[in-house]
Each structure stands twice: as structure tokens, then as C-alpha cells.
Write a protein that binds this ligand. Structure first.
Ligand code: 3ON
Ligand code: FE
Length: 487
């Protein structure tokens, strides 16, 4: 299914490119202050800390990075306490961040197109990629960890956000070994994560961690072919991976012409392989890896998965094609309308028949889906995501969208035309009973004031708009993922 272009023509553009671009300016300063400009009221019951990660720098001393995903990780922390909120941000001090800062120039190649200045000659046969820590941040087992899918986590001090070094979980992880940026937290008090070691055959590692932050199991699996797998889902018995149909030609990377990420091409007519790996505690009779096939385009993020008898349901955000990071282009000039939108799909995996059915749930472009933490890996009713203002076509994320799967209804709050939203986080109200009883919090870049707001919505009434809007003293560049902890 594709978006109806006729439809788009009749919809008014909800943003200006220039406004959107403002959110991709670097933030060079590290702040530490109580937020004093607040519209509305922070609910007294909302207690805890929101951590966010994302590229804080889009340039090194004026040399622009080729793509935001190559930007150094910066942690933002908002702590809610007794109706007040405190802000702090700090860069993850990876080796690459520190040495480039000192040198005042780009010294490393990035995964998404950033090259050392000087053309291919300056990059040829340099296989060293800059390790950054810009994709997610979690607080688990009393450890604050900044995550990036191609390397080991960075351990941070939760009070000061100071970088303490890499985390190896008592030596279970080895130097340079990956730990993905998309752990799933099983409501049964376990954190499940994976790691991809790509090659002609790819290794998928699966880790389960207890609440002390110790790795209690580590599995290795080999799958044929190259993998670019950014996210996964869990159910009671399985870890589920969608192996996007891609091929990797390392030659342009070796020759210094292109980055590793630019050498990944989607094979449009090839199927997506769905790999189901039993969890260590799996109760199923046949404890074997299953592989199903479907057509799914390209997937970065999944919403959730759950088992219903012999069937597994997986909800995901699918793109018809992967937007390529071209060599001589400026991502800030990116024509949204020309790129495939991410859309919400449901996959029904019929395990006994080895059959997959898929169905588009809604036309609206969306990203960064989230659900109630108690429903991870289980049947669920509500999801929240960032979405476009308009119901079809592709555009920047300007709205927070709630989808009620059971009643097939939606609610939306839009920050258009000058607001641009990030990933929503759902926070259950203490002692709540209903699945949507709680708050949805997101960072909204306000182009009119070139600053970012922390927006708190009532999850049961998204449409009514912010119950509190906290104006920061500065902007935060568009981020990736984060998490909330009430500890
Ligand atoms: O070939 C291997 C495959 C692989 C997985 C080797 C590799 C090192 C190139 C590699 C590494 C991949 C990495 C480091 C991926 C990092 C991804 C990242 C930082 C972010 C991904 C974000 C995804 C989405 C969908 C974001 C969307 C954002 C918006 C719509 C709003 O701006
Ligand atoms: Fe992600």
C-alpha cells in the first residue's frame, strides 16, 4: 500500500522547512537549573526522572556532520519532584567526543556518511568507525547506561551525568562487543537485549539481565546473510527479529568513497525474514528457532508483540523503502514528501502453518511508538507515537498520536506549525488501573522561540493538549530515545 498522492495535494503543509531545520543546530552548552517558566501545572503524583539521549552536536567546530545519527550523544535529564522540575544536560564523553573536541576537527568516519575532511584519499582503508553513544539511555540495576547499537554501553553517574567508562557487566561483554540501543523490559522484572555482529553470516546475541543489572543469560545465534536490525520484540517465549531485506557492499566503504551505512541497500523485492528465537525460560514444547517470511519494506522500530495460542502478533513501523543517505546532500534540505513514510502495520504470525498475514493499521506517518510498560510482550490496547500533523503524506513529526487498537479509534495532539515533537514516553499514574491512566511526556522543539518545551499530556485525554508545558532556556537538538524511572 502506498500513500495516495492526490490526497496529499489537498492537504496544507503543516510546517516550514526553515522552522524544522532549527532543531538541528548543535547545543554546545551543558546546563544545570530548575525550570522556572511553566505553563499549567506539573501533576504532584508525577515523580521521577526522564532521561533522553540524542545527537547534541551536529558539527565539530563548524565542520558539519553528514547525518544527525552520526552526532555525539548528549543526555538530557528532567527530574520531577513535588510539582517542580529540574533540568540537566551533559555529553557522553566517549573517546571520539573528547579527541575531536580537543582537535577541533572531524577525526573519525561515521556510520551515516560523515567522512574525515580531505575526500576519499583521507578516508581510504580507514575501517575505524567513531563509537558514539547517542541512541538511548536507560536506568537499570542502579546503572545509568548510554546505548548505541554498534558498541558497548557507557556508564554514567546518574547524579552528575559524568561519564565513568564502558560497562561490561562483570566481563560478560568483551571490548568492542555490541549491546543494542533497544532493550525491552519484560514486566517480569527482566531486561532483555540483543546485539548484532554483522557479516556474510550474522551473529545475534541475546542477553537477559536481572534487576541487579547482571547478565543472567547470554545466547548466540547465527543467521545467514547480512543484518541491519535496529530493534526487536519479546513475547513470553520468544525474541523476535525482523531481518530487513538488505545487502551490504563494503567496497565503497573500503575505498573511502562512502560510509558503512551508505553501503547498505534495500532489496525491494526480497522478503523480510522473521526470526523467532526461544527465550531461555521458554515454556514451549519445541525449543527451536523458527524463520517465517513476509513483505515488510524496511523496519527500524517495533511497537510490541504478544502470543495468542499458536499465533504471534507483532506491530511495527514499516517503510516502503529505506531513505538513502546520499553522499553530496544536506539532510536539512531533505524533501519529506519524496521519502517513504513510516506507517503502523500489524503482522499475524501463524506458527503452525508457517504463514504471515500483514495489514496496514493506519495511513498516518509515525515513529517512536511506545506502550504501557506492563504490557510489553503481552496483549495491549493503546499505543502512543510521534506522528505527522496531516493524516497522510510524509512530513516532520509534529503531533502525539494515541491509537486505541481495541476500539480502532485515534486521538491526536498537534504542535504544528512551529512545534516538532520527539519520542513520547508513557508514565503510568501511581496505583493506576486502566491501561491509559497516566501521562505522556515528550520534548517539543518550538521553532518560534528556538527553544524546547517539555510537554506533559494526560494519556486519557491527549486531545485537550498540554496539562503542563515547561519552557527550557534553550533548545535540545532532535533526539532519539529515552526512558523514565521513578526510582
Ligand atoms: O553493517 C552493520 C550494521 C549495523 C547495524 C554495521 C554498522 C556498524 C554500520 C551497523 C550500525 C548501525 C548503527 C550504528 C545504527 C544507528 C542508528 C541510529 C543512531 C538511529 C536510528 C534511528 C531510527 C529512526 C527511524 C529515527 C527516526 C527519526 C525521526 C523520524 C525524526 O528525526
Ligand atoms: Fe531506535
Amino acid at each position: 500500500q502506498t500513500v495516495d498522492n492526490q490526497d496529499n495535494l489537498s492537504l496544507e503543509k503543516s510546517y516550514s522547512q526553515k522552522d524544522w531545520q532549527g532543531g538541528y543546530e548543535s547545543l554546545n552548552q551543558e546546563y544545570d537549573y530548575w525550570i522556572d517558566e511553566i505553563e499549567g501545572q506539573i501533576p504532584l503524583e508525577l515523580q521521577g526522572t526522564l532521561f533522553r539521549n540524542g545527537p547534541g552536536l551536529l558539527d565539530v567546530n563548524g565542520q558539519r556532520l553528514h547525518h544527525p545519527f552520526d552526532g555525539d550523544g548528549m543526555i538530557s535529564r528532567i527530574t520531577f519532584t513535588n510539582g517542580r522540575a529540574h533540568f540537566r544536560n551533559r555529553f557522553v564523553e566517549t573517546e571520539g567526543y573528547l579527541t575531536e573536541k580537543k582537535a577541533g576537527k572531524i577525526l573519525y568516519r561515521g556510520v551515516f556518511g560523515t567522512q574525515k575532511p580531505g575526500g576519499w584519499l583521507a578516508n581510504i582503508f580507514d575501517f575505524k568507525i567513531k563509537h558514539i553513544a547517542n541512541t538511548n539511555v536507560i536506568y537499570w540495576g542502579n546503572k545509568l547506561l548510554a546505548l548505541w547499537e554498534a558498541a558497548e554501553p557507557y556508564l554514567l553517574n546518574p547524579q552528575t551525568l559524568e561519564t565513568l567508562g564502558n560497562e561490561y557487566f562483570n566481563g560478560v561483554l568483551s571490548t568492542g562487543e555490541a549491546f543494542s540501543a533497544h532493550p525491552r523490559i519484560d514486566p517480569n522484572a527482566k531486561l532483555v537485549n540483543f546485539a548484532i555482529k554483522p557479516g556474510p553470516t550474522t551473529t545475534i546475541n541475546i542477553f537477559e539481565l536481572n534487576t541487579n543489572g547482571e547478565i543472567i543469560s547470554k545466547q548466540n545465534h547465527s543467521v545467514p546473510g547480512f543484518c541491519f536490525i535496529h530493534d526487536f520484540v519479546i513475547t513470553e517465549n520468544y525474541c523476535i527479529f525482523f531481518q530487513n531485506p538488505v545487502k551490504f557492499n563494503p567496497l565503497p566503504f573500503a575505498l573511502g568513497i562512502a560510509s558503512a551505512g551508505q553501503c547498505i541497500k534495500v532489496q525491494k523485492n526480497q522478503p523480510t525474514k522473521i526470526i523467532l528465537i526461544p527465550r531461555t525460560n521458554s515454556q514451549t514444547a519445541e525449543n527451536e528457532v523458527k524463520v517465517l517470511e513476509t513483505k515488510a519494506g524496511f523496519i527500524f522500530h517495533h511497537v510490541n508483540a504478544f502470543e495468542v495460542g499458536n499465533e504471534i502478533v507483532v506491530d511495527s513501523i514499516c517503510y516502503n523503502s529505506l531513505t538513502e543517505v546520499e553522499a553530496n546532500s544536506d539532510y536539512r534540505e531533505s524533501k519529506f514528501e519524496a521519502n517513504a513514510p513510516g506507517q503502523l502495520w500489524r503482522f499475524n504470525l501463524h506458527l503452525s502453518e508457517n504463514k504471515v498475514e500483514n495489514q496496514l493499521i493506519d495511513n498516518r506517518a509515525c515513529e517512536f511508538p511506545v506502550i504501557h510498560p506492563n504490557n510489553v510482550g503481552k496483549p495491549y490496547r493503546y499505543l502512543y507515537s510521534a506522528a505527522t500533523h496531516n493524516p497522510s503524506g510524509n512530513a516532520p513529526l509534529q503531533a502525539i498520536w494515541k491509537v486505541d487498537i481495541t476500539s480502532d479509534t485515534r486521538e491526536i495532539w498537534s504542535a504544528a506549525p512551529c512545534g516538532f515533537v520527539g519520542e513520547p514516553i508513557f508514565i503510568p499514574r501511581p496505583n493506576s488501573e486502566k491501561e491509559d491512566e497516566g501521562w505522556v511526556i515528550t520534548l517539543v522543539y518550538d521553532a518560534e522561540h528556538h527553544r524546547t518545551d517539555v510537554v506533559i499530556l494526560d494519556a486519557q485525554n491527549i486531545q485537550q493538549g498540554a496539562i503542563a508545558k515547561l519552557h527550557l532556556k534553550h533548545h535540545i537538538p532532535y533526539g532519539l530515545h529515552g526512558s523514565f524511572t521513578s526510582e
